[in-house]
Design a protein around this ligand. Structure first.
Ligand SMILES: C[S@@+](CC[C@H](N)C(=O)[O-])C[C@H]1O[C@@H](n2cnc3c(N)ncnc32)[C@H](O)[C@@H]1O
Length: 224
């Protein structure tokens, strides 16, 4: 078993050799940042930065972190979730200016070509949530993580587009999320085990009650 899996097994009190899918609940995204620090991770990428909220959490918990933040900060055909992309971008630059942050204003699939395979300690995938983007992100960014490193993503959910009304406001379109469907298929196609499904029951200091996440550890000899 590689050292990262051994460490996670002890930290979370789980048997990572017994079950192919390991469920973690006593966790949140801040605890995951702490886990990365404990593992000695210093080099990571976040795909989808928005205003920099999670980048900041990572910097606050991981000493010596160099974080590449990839975001296109624009709506584009097939993606129109952003109300004010340039304000988001400005906030990200302001929030992250005192950290060792390298922001790349690019589409994820353009940015990924700048990174060598097996070069990062972790990636956090949280860009567009449609089928094609999720499939491209998990396939291409996973290769950039070194053995013993962690591939981690947000919004481990699957639902169709729907309309939602907030209080008495106008109905708002909620977009389809294909993340769970796609990453589970990738896991099964690649034979990845263990696979961590993360259903955080500890409210996060920054995000409160957060959405589920998924995670796996790269291993020597895997074939991504
Ligand atoms: C959910 S937000 C990220 C939130 C952030 N990870 C956090 O937790 O604080 C998604 C971001 O992904 C970006 N995005 C969407 N599609 C993208 C693509 N194809 N390439 C790069 N960034 C993309 C959007 O501009 C948006 O800012």
């Amino acid at each position: 078993m590689n050292k990262t899996l051994e460490f996670m097994s002890k930290k979370f009190g789980v048997d990572v050799e017994k079950d192919p899918v390991v469920r973690l609940t006593q966790i949140n995204r801040t605890i995951i940042a702490q886990l990365f620090a404990e593992l000695g991770f210093t080099e990571g990428a976040e795909i989808g930065v928005a205003q920099g909220a999670y980048s900041k959490v990572l910097f606050e918990h991981i000493p010596q972190l160099r974080l590449y933040g990839i975001d296109v900060w624009q709506n584009y055909p097939g993606y129109n979730e952003l109300e004010n992309p340039s304000a988001l971008k400005e906030e990200a630059y302001e929030t992250l200016k005192s950290f060792n942050s390298f922001l790349l204003e690019k589409f994820s699939m353009d940015a990924v070509t700048y990174f060598d395979d097996n070069s990062l300690d972790f990636v956090f995938i949280d860009g567009a949530h449609d089928f094609k983007n999720v499939a491209c992100d998990i396939s291409e960014w996973s290769k950039k993580v070194k053995p013993g490193g962690i591939v981690f993503g947000h919004d481990y959910k699957f639902h169709k587009e729907y309309m939602q009304r907030y209080r008495n406001g106008p109905p708002r379109k909620r977009f389809a999320v294909d993340v769970k469907l796609v990453v589970d298929a990738y896991r099964d196609a690649k034979g990845i085990r263990p696979w961590f499904e993360i259903y955080p029951e500890i409210p996060d200091p920054t995000f409160g009650r957060d959405n589920p996440c998924w995670m796996f550890v790269r291993q020597e000899g895997d074939t991504l």
